[in-house]
Design a binder for this molecule. Sequence first.
Ligand SMILES: *Cc1c(COP(=O)(O)O)cnc(C)c1O
Ligand SMILES: [Zn+2]
Length: 420
Amino acid sequence: MEKKEKLMKHIIAAVCIQCGAEYEADDNAYTCVKCGNVLDIKYDYGYIRGKLAKEKLASRTDYSMWRYKELLPVEEDSRLTPLRVGWSPLYKTERLGARLGLRNLYVKDDGQNPTSSLKDRASAIAVVRAQRAGMTTVACSSTGNAASSLAGNAAAMGLSSFIFVPERAPKGKVAQLMIFGARVISVQGNYEETFKLSAQAIERWGWYNRNAAINPYLLEGKKTVSLEIAEQLGFKSPDYVAVSVGDGCTIAGVWKGFKDLFEIGLIDKLPKLISVQADGCCPINRALETGKPIERMEENTIADSIAVGVPRNGEKALRAVRESQGITVNVSDEEIFEAMRLLGTVCGVFGEPAGVTGTAGLKKAAERGLIPPDALTVAIVTGNGLKDTASAQTAAGEPLRIPPDMDILTAEFKKRNIYF
Ligand SMILES: *Cc1c(COP(=O)(O)O)cnc(C)c1O
Ligand SMILES: [Zn+2]
Protein backbone atom coordinates (compact mmCIF):
# COMPACT_ATOMS: atom_id res chain seq x y z
CA MET A 1 0.00 0.00 0.00
CA GLU A 2 1.11 3.48 -0.77
CA LYS A 3 2.24 5.22 2.39
CA LYS A 4 0.23 8.32 3.07
CA GLU A 5 2.41 11.38 2.99
CA LYS A 6 2.31 13.31 6.24
CA LEU A 7 0.71 16.60 5.39
CA MET A 8 0.45 19.79 7.39
CA LYS A 9 4.09 20.00 8.48
CA HIS A 10 3.22 22.63 11.06
CA ILE A 11 0.89 20.33 13.00
CA ILE A 12 2.14 17.66 15.36
CA ALA A 13 -1.02 15.82 16.34
CA ALA A 14 -4.62 15.95 17.49
CA VAL A 15 -4.49 15.40 21.24
CA CYS A 16 -7.26 14.27 23.59
CA ILE A 17 -7.79 17.00 26.18
CA GLN A 18 -8.75 14.39 28.80
CA CYS A 19 -6.45 11.38 28.48
CA GLY A 20 -3.68 12.82 26.31
CA ALA A 21 -3.97 10.21 23.53
CA GLU A 22 -2.46 11.52 20.29
CA TYR A 23 -3.85 11.04 16.80
CA GLU A 24 -2.66 11.95 13.34
CA ALA A 25 -4.39 15.25 12.58
CA ASP A 26 -6.51 14.13 9.64
CA ASP A 27 -10.23 13.95 8.93
CA ASN A 28 -10.58 10.68 10.82
CA ALA A 29 -9.37 12.27 14.03
CA TYR A 30 -12.39 13.89 15.61
CA THR A 31 -13.20 12.72 19.11
CA CYS A 32 -10.95 10.47 21.22
CA VAL A 33 -11.45 6.79 20.46
CA LYS A 34 -10.43 5.88 24.02
CA CYS A 35 -12.51 8.23 26.12
CA GLY A 36 -14.81 10.07 23.70
CA ASN A 37 -13.54 13.53 24.55
CA VAL A 38 -12.84 16.37 22.16
CA LEU A 39 -9.39 16.72 20.63
CA ASP A 40 -7.11 19.72 20.50
CA ILE A 41 -4.78 20.48 17.58
CA LYS A 42 -1.14 20.68 18.63
CA TYR A 43 1.19 22.80 16.52
CA ASP A 44 4.93 22.72 16.02
CA TYR A 45 5.56 26.21 17.38
CA GLY A 46 9.30 25.98 16.77
CA TYR A 47 8.65 25.43 13.07
CA ILE A 48 5.99 28.15 12.89
CA ARG A 49 8.03 30.74 14.80
CA GLY A 50 10.48 31.01 11.93
CA LYS A 51 7.72 31.50 9.39
CA LEU A 52 5.48 33.99 11.13
CA ALA A 53 7.45 36.99 12.28
CA LYS A 54 5.92 40.43 12.91
CA GLU A 55 7.59 42.00 9.87
CA LYS A 56 6.37 39.20 7.63
CA LEU A 57 2.82 39.65 8.82
CA ALA A 58 3.00 43.41 8.44
CA SER A 59 3.88 43.04 4.76
CA ARG A 60 0.97 40.73 4.00
CA THR A 61 -1.85 42.15 1.94
CA ASP A 62 -4.35 39.36 2.59
CA TYR A 63 -6.76 41.04 4.99
CA SER A 64 -8.69 37.96 5.98
CA MET A 65 -8.21 35.15 8.48
CA TRP A 66 -5.95 33.43 5.95
CA ARG A 67 -3.14 35.85 6.70
CA TYR A 68 -2.45 33.48 9.62
CA LYS A 69 -2.38 30.36 7.46
CA GLU A 70 0.71 29.02 9.24
CA LEU A 71 -1.35 28.73 12.42
CA LEU A 72 -4.32 27.06 10.77
CA PRO A 73 -5.13 23.41 9.98
CA VAL A 74 -5.00 23.77 6.22
CA GLU A 75 -2.53 22.47 3.66
CA GLU A 76 -0.23 24.78 1.81
CA ASP A 77 -1.99 23.96 -1.45
CA SER A 78 -5.56 24.06 -0.06
CA ARG A 79 -8.00 26.16 -2.03
CA LEU A 80 -9.09 28.90 0.34
CA THR A 81 -12.56 30.37 0.67
CA PRO A 82 -13.53 33.01 -1.87
CA LEU A 83 -15.46 34.94 0.80
CA ARG A 84 -13.54 37.42 2.92
CA VAL A 85 -13.76 35.93 6.38
CA GLY A 86 -12.11 37.75 9.26
CA TRP A 87 -10.16 40.98 9.65
CA SER A 88 -13.21 42.59 11.18
CA PRO A 89 -12.73 46.08 12.61
CA LEU A 90 -11.47 46.72 16.13
CA TYR A 91 -12.87 50.05 17.27
CA LYS A 92 -11.41 52.08 20.08
CA THR A 93 -14.56 53.35 21.66
CA GLU A 94 -14.03 56.20 24.08
CA ARG A 95 -17.71 56.97 24.54
CA LEU A 96 -18.66 53.42 25.45
CA GLY A 97 -15.57 53.32 27.64
CA ALA A 98 -16.73 56.46 29.45
CA ARG A 99 -20.11 54.86 30.06
CA LEU A 100 -18.49 51.74 31.48
CA GLY A 101 -15.72 53.55 33.38
CA LEU A 102 -13.01 51.95 31.21
CA ARG A 103 -10.38 54.15 29.62
CA ASN A 104 -9.00 51.61 27.15
CA LEU A 105 -12.00 49.87 25.70
CA TYR A 106 -12.19 48.32 22.23
CA VAL A 107 -15.04 46.64 20.41
CA LYS A 108 -14.27 43.94 17.86
CA ASP A 109 -17.25 43.83 15.53
CA ASP A 110 -17.35 40.30 14.20
CA GLY A 111 -20.87 40.84 12.93
CA GLN A 112 -19.05 42.22 9.89
CA ASN A 113 -18.18 38.81 8.52
CA PRO A 114 -19.65 37.60 5.20
CA THR A 115 -22.66 35.92 6.81
CA SER A 116 -22.60 38.33 9.76
CA SER A 117 -21.20 36.30 12.64
CA LEU A 118 -17.96 35.01 14.11
CA LYS A 119 -19.03 31.52 13.03
CA ASP A 120 -17.76 32.28 9.53
CA ARG A 121 -14.26 31.74 10.88
CA ALA A 122 -15.06 28.13 11.74
CA SER A 123 -17.12 27.43 8.64
CA ALA A 124 -14.31 28.69 6.42
CA ILE A 125 -12.05 26.00 7.88
CA ALA A 126 -14.79 23.40 7.38
CA VAL A 127 -15.33 24.10 3.70
CA VAL A 128 -11.62 24.33 2.93
CA ARG A 129 -10.96 21.01 4.64
CA ALA A 130 -14.02 19.36 3.07
CA GLN A 131 -12.98 20.52 -0.38
CA ARG A 132 -9.38 19.36 0.14
CA ALA A 133 -10.68 15.94 1.23
CA GLY A 134 -12.69 15.69 -1.98
CA MET A 135 -16.06 15.86 -0.25
CA THR A 136 -19.00 17.58 -1.90
CA THR A 137 -21.54 17.80 0.93
CA VAL A 138 -21.15 19.45 4.32
CA ALA A 139 -23.56 19.35 7.24
CA CYS A 140 -24.12 20.67 10.73
CA SER A 141 -26.67 21.32 13.40
CA SER A 142 -26.85 24.78 14.78
CA THR A 143 -28.79 27.31 16.76
CA GLY A 144 -28.52 29.42 13.61
CA ASN A 145 -25.22 31.13 12.93
CA ALA A 146 -23.07 28.05 12.40
CA ALA A 147 -25.73 26.99 9.94
CA SER A 148 -25.94 30.18 7.94
CA SER A 149 -22.17 30.55 7.91
CA LEU A 150 -21.70 27.00 6.69
CA ALA A 151 -24.39 27.44 4.05
CA GLY A 152 -22.83 30.69 2.80
CA ASN A 153 -19.26 29.49 2.78
CA ALA A 154 -20.30 26.18 1.16
CA ALA A 155 -22.19 28.07 -1.53
CA ALA A 156 -19.15 30.20 -2.28
CA MET A 157 -16.98 27.09 -2.46
CA GLY A 158 -19.40 25.16 -4.69
CA LEU A 159 -20.31 22.56 -2.05
CA SER A 160 -23.82 21.56 -1.06
CA SER A 161 -25.04 21.68 2.53
CA PHE A 162 -27.53 20.00 4.85
CA ILE A 163 -28.46 22.03 7.89
CA PHE A 164 -30.36 20.98 11.02
CA VAL A 165 -31.83 23.80 13.11
CA PRO A 166 -34.02 23.69 16.22
CA GLU A 167 -37.44 25.10 15.43
CA ARG A 168 -36.90 28.13 17.68
CA ALA A 169 -34.11 29.43 15.37
CA PRO A 170 -34.96 33.06 14.42
CA LYS A 171 -36.57 33.54 11.02
CA GLY A 172 -33.80 35.81 9.73
CA LYS A 173 -31.19 33.13 10.23
CA VAL A 174 -33.28 30.42 8.58
CA ALA A 175 -34.08 32.72 5.66
CA GLN A 176 -30.39 33.44 5.29
CA LEU A 177 -29.42 29.82 4.94
CA MET A 178 -32.31 29.05 2.61
CA ILE A 179 -31.02 31.84 0.34
CA PHE A 180 -27.58 30.21 0.38
CA GLY A 181 -29.23 27.13 -1.09
CA ALA A 182 -28.88 24.87 1.93
CA ARG A 183 -31.22 21.96 2.44
CA VAL A 184 -32.75 22.91 5.77
CA ILE A 185 -34.22 20.52 8.30
CA SER A 186 -36.09 22.35 11.06
CA VAL A 187 -36.26 19.93 13.99
CA GLN A 188 -39.19 20.04 16.41
CA GLY A 189 -37.02 19.82 19.49
CA ASN A 190 -34.29 21.61 21.42
CA TYR A 191 -30.67 22.07 20.38
CA GLU A 192 -29.54 18.81 21.96
CA GLU A 193 -32.13 16.78 20.03
CA THR A 194 -31.27 18.64 16.83
CA PHE A 195 -27.60 17.90 17.34
CA LYS A 196 -28.26 14.19 17.86
CA LEU A 197 -30.35 13.88 14.72
CA SER A 198 -27.70 15.65 12.65
CA ALA A 199 -25.00 13.36 14.04
CA GLN A 200 -27.01 10.31 13.01
CA ALA A 201 -27.64 11.66 9.52
CA ILE A 202 -23.98 12.61 9.04
CA GLU A 203 -22.96 9.13 10.12
CA ARG A 204 -25.49 7.48 7.82
CA TRP A 205 -24.68 9.50 4.69
CA GLY A 206 -21.02 10.31 5.25
CA TRP A 207 -21.18 14.08 4.89
CA TYR A 208 -18.40 16.39 6.07
CA ASN A 209 -19.17 17.15 9.72
CA ARG A 210 -19.15 20.80 10.71
CA ASN A 211 -20.33 20.29 14.24
CA ALA A 212 -17.97 22.15 16.53
CA ALA A 213 -19.01 19.65 19.17
CA ILE A 214 -17.03 16.99 17.32
CA ASN A 215 -14.79 18.56 14.71
CA PRO A 216 -11.63 19.91 16.43
CA TYR A 217 -10.50 22.00 13.45
CA LEU A 218 -13.31 24.52 13.75
CA LEU A 219 -12.00 26.03 16.97
CA GLU A 220 -8.79 26.76 15.07
CA GLY A 221 -10.75 29.03 12.76
CA LYS A 222 -12.39 30.84 15.65
CA LYS A 223 -9.06 31.58 17.25
CA THR A 224 -8.21 33.93 14.38
CA VAL A 225 -10.35 36.57 16.11
CA SER A 226 -7.64 36.78 18.79
CA LEU A 227 -4.78 36.75 16.29
CA GLU A 228 -6.41 39.78 14.71
CA ILE A 229 -7.08 41.57 18.00
CA ALA A 230 -3.42 41.25 18.94
CA GLU A 231 -2.18 42.37 15.55
CA GLN A 232 -4.66 45.28 15.43
CA LEU A 233 -3.36 46.37 18.84
CA GLY A 234 0.21 46.34 17.51
CA PHE A 235 0.99 42.92 18.99
CA LYS A 236 -0.17 43.85 22.43
CA SER A 237 -2.23 41.47 24.43
CA PRO A 238 -5.37 42.94 26.00
CA ASP A 239 -5.73 42.65 29.78
CA TYR A 240 -9.34 41.45 29.46
CA VAL A 241 -11.41 39.97 26.66
CA ALA A 242 -15.16 39.61 27.11
CA VAL A 243 -16.98 37.01 25.05
CA SER A 244 -20.39 35.37 25.10
CA VAL A 245 -20.40 31.64 25.74
CA GLY A 246 -22.78 28.93 24.57
CA ASP A 247 -21.18 25.65 23.57
CA GLY A 248 -17.80 26.92 24.72
CA CYS A 249 -15.93 26.52 21.42
CA THR A 250 -15.64 30.25 20.82
CA ILE A 251 -14.10 31.19 24.16
CA ALA A 252 -11.75 28.20 23.96
CA GLY A 253 -10.78 29.41 20.48
CA VAL A 254 -10.23 32.94 21.73
CA TRP A 255 -7.87 31.56 24.36
CA LYS A 256 -6.03 29.32 21.90
CA GLY A 257 -5.36 32.27 19.61
CA PHE A 258 -3.63 34.25 22.33
CA LYS A 259 -1.74 31.19 23.51
CA ASP A 260 -0.49 30.50 19.99
CA LEU A 261 0.83 34.05 19.72
CA PHE A 262 2.45 33.76 23.13
CA GLU A 263 4.09 30.45 22.16
CA ILE A 264 5.60 31.87 18.99
CA GLY A 265 6.72 35.00 20.80
CA LEU A 266 4.48 37.58 19.14
CA ILE A 267 2.93 38.70 22.45
CA ASP A 268 4.53 38.62 25.87
CA LYS A 269 1.55 38.15 28.14
CA LEU A 270 -1.91 36.61 28.10
CA PRO A 271 -5.29 38.23 28.76
CA LYS A 272 -7.88 37.27 31.34
CA LEU A 273 -11.09 35.97 29.81
CA ILE A 274 -14.50 37.24 30.84
CA SER A 275 -16.91 34.37 30.24
CA VAL A 276 -20.42 35.75 29.84
CA GLN A 277 -23.54 33.59 29.79
CA ALA A 278 -27.25 34.23 30.16
CA ASP A 279 -28.88 33.77 33.57
CA GLY A 280 -31.31 31.37 31.93
CA CYS A 281 -28.62 29.10 30.47
CA CYS A 282 -25.22 29.19 32.13
CA PRO A 283 -23.97 25.62 32.64
CA ILE A 284 -20.33 26.57 31.94
CA ASN A 285 -20.24 29.54 34.29
CA ARG A 286 -22.06 27.56 36.95
CA ALA A 287 -19.38 24.86 36.77
CA LEU A 288 -16.66 27.51 36.96
CA GLU A 289 -18.30 29.13 39.97
CA THR A 290 -19.07 25.97 41.90
CA GLY A 291 -16.09 23.85 40.88
CA LYS A 292 -18.51 21.05 40.06
CA PRO A 293 -18.76 19.27 36.68
CA ILE A 294 -20.94 20.79 33.97
CA GLU A 295 -24.57 19.82 34.34
CA ARG A 296 -27.39 20.22 31.86
CA MET A 297 -29.48 23.38 32.10
CA GLU A 298 -32.68 24.62 30.53
CA GLU A 299 -32.28 26.93 27.55
CA ASN A 300 -34.15 29.99 28.81
CA THR A 301 -32.78 33.09 27.15
CA ILE A 302 -33.55 35.42 24.30
CA ALA A 303 -29.90 35.00 23.21
CA ASP A 304 -30.62 31.95 21.05
CA SER A 305 -27.05 31.59 19.80
CA ILE A 306 -25.77 30.86 23.30
CA ALA A 307 -28.76 28.87 24.53
CA VAL A 308 -26.83 25.62 24.80
CA GLY A 309 -28.02 23.49 27.71
CA VAL A 310 -25.52 20.69 27.11
CA PRO A 311 -22.24 22.27 25.98
CA ARG A 312 -19.98 19.94 24.05
CA ASN A 313 -16.88 22.07 24.28
CA GLY A 314 -17.54 22.84 27.92
CA GLU A 315 -14.37 21.20 29.18
CA LYS A 316 -12.23 23.24 26.79
CA ALA A 317 -14.05 26.38 27.89
CA LEU A 318 -13.49 25.62 31.58
CA ARG A 319 -9.79 25.11 30.99
CA ALA A 320 -9.51 28.31 29.00
CA VAL A 321 -11.20 30.49 31.61
CA ARG A 322 -9.30 28.88 34.49
CA GLU A 323 -5.91 29.04 32.77
CA SER A 324 -6.47 32.70 31.98
CA GLN A 325 -7.48 33.37 35.60
CA GLY A 326 -10.60 34.81 34.10
CA ILE A 327 -13.95 35.73 35.53
CA THR A 328 -17.55 34.68 34.98
CA VAL A 329 -20.54 36.95 34.61
CA ASN A 330 -24.16 35.99 34.02
CA VAL A 331 -26.61 38.51 32.61
CA SER A 332 -30.37 38.72 32.33
CA ASP A 333 -32.21 39.13 29.05
CA GLU A 334 -32.97 42.71 30.11
CA GLU A 335 -29.23 43.38 30.54
CA ILE A 336 -28.66 41.91 27.09
CA PHE A 337 -31.25 44.27 25.60
CA GLU A 338 -29.62 47.15 27.46
CA ALA A 339 -26.23 46.26 25.95
CA MET A 340 -27.84 46.06 22.52
CA ARG A 341 -29.20 49.60 22.90
CA LEU A 342 -25.93 50.85 24.35
CA LEU A 343 -23.72 49.47 21.55
CA GLY A 344 -26.17 50.78 19.01
CA THR A 345 -26.60 54.27 20.39
CA VAL A 346 -23.03 54.88 21.59
CA CYS A 347 -20.95 52.99 19.00
CA GLY A 348 -23.21 52.49 16.00
CA VAL A 349 -22.63 48.77 16.33
CA PHE A 350 -25.71 46.58 15.93
CA GLY A 351 -25.43 43.17 17.55
CA GLU A 352 -27.82 40.28 17.98
CA PRO A 353 -28.63 39.26 21.57
CA ALA A 354 -25.80 36.69 21.86
CA GLY A 355 -23.63 39.10 19.92
CA VAL A 356 -23.80 41.75 22.63
CA THR A 357 -23.87 39.43 25.64
CA GLY A 358 -20.10 39.77 26.10
CA THR A 359 -20.50 43.54 26.30
CA ALA A 360 -23.41 43.16 28.74
CA GLY A 361 -21.18 41.06 30.97
CA LEU A 362 -18.28 43.47 30.68
CA LYS A 363 -20.56 46.32 31.72
CA LYS A 364 -21.70 44.39 34.75
CA ALA A 365 -18.15 43.39 35.68
CA ALA A 366 -16.97 47.00 35.33
CA GLU A 367 -19.85 48.26 37.49
CA ARG A 368 -18.89 45.77 40.17
CA GLY A 369 -15.35 47.08 40.11
CA LEU A 370 -13.89 43.83 38.79
CA ILE A 371 -12.01 45.54 35.93
CA PRO A 372 -9.34 48.19 36.65
CA PRO A 373 -10.31 51.40 34.81
CA ASP A 374 -7.00 51.51 32.91
CA ALA A 375 -7.10 47.89 31.76
CA LEU A 376 -6.83 47.29 28.03
CA THR A 377 -10.18 45.65 27.42
CA VAL A 378 -11.82 44.15 24.35
CA ALA A 379 -15.47 43.18 23.96
CA ILE A 380 -16.12 40.89 21.04
CA VAL A 381 -19.47 41.42 19.30
CA THR A 382 -20.05 37.98 17.81
CA GLY A 383 -23.09 38.44 15.57
CA ASN A 384 -25.03 41.12 13.71
CA GLY A 385 -28.37 42.45 14.95
CA LEU A 386 -30.17 42.10 11.63
CA LYS A 387 -30.13 38.36 12.19
CA ASP A 388 -32.86 38.71 14.78
CA THR A 389 -34.93 41.81 14.18
CA ALA A 390 -37.69 40.64 16.52
CA SER A 391 -35.29 40.88 19.46
CA ALA A 392 -33.97 44.22 18.27
CA GLN A 393 -37.50 45.55 18.22
CA THR A 394 -38.10 44.29 21.74
CA ALA A 395 -34.93 46.07 22.84
CA ALA A 396 -35.52 49.31 21.00
CA GLY A 397 -39.29 49.74 21.07
CA GLU A 398 -41.55 51.32 18.48
CA PRO A 399 -41.01 54.43 16.37
CA LEU A 400 -43.25 57.49 16.55
CA ARG A 401 -46.21 56.72 14.29
CA ILE A 402 -48.04 59.72 12.79
CA PRO A 403 -49.89 60.76 9.63
CA PRO A 404 -47.91 62.79 7.06
CA ASP A 405 -48.70 66.15 8.70
CA MET A 406 -46.20 68.78 9.88
CA ASP A 407 -48.52 70.19 12.56
CA ILE A 408 -49.00 66.80 14.12
CA LEU A 409 -45.23 66.20 13.95
CA THR A 410 -44.60 69.49 15.75
CA ALA A 411 -47.23 68.72 18.38
CA GLU A 412 -45.86 65.23 18.98
CA PHE A 413 -42.31 66.59 19.37
CA LYS A 414 -43.58 69.10 21.90
CA LYS A 415 -45.49 66.42 23.78
CA ARG A 416 -42.34 64.34 24.02
CA ASN A 417 -39.97 67.19 24.86
CA ILE A 418 -38.00 66.72 21.65
CA TYR A 419 -36.18 70.04 20.94
CA PHE A 420 -33.19 70.85 18.79
C1 LIG B 1 -22.09 30.60 18.47
C2 LIG B 1 -22.17 31.96 19.00
C3 LIG B 1 -21.64 32.32 20.24
C4 LIG B 1 -21.01 31.38 21.20
O1 LIG B 1 -20.10 30.45 20.69
P1 LIG B 1 -19.98 29.01 21.35
O2 LIG B 1 -18.88 28.36 20.63
O3 LIG B 1 -21.30 28.33 21.15
O4 LIG B 1 -19.71 29.21 22.80
C5 LIG B 1 -21.76 33.63 20.62
N1 LIG B 1 -22.36 34.55 19.84
C6 LIG B 1 -22.86 34.25 18.65
C7 LIG B 1 -23.50 35.32 17.84
C8 LIG B 1 -22.79 32.94 18.17
O5 LIG B 1 -23.33 32.65 17.00
ZN1 LIG C 1 -9.04 10.50 25.40
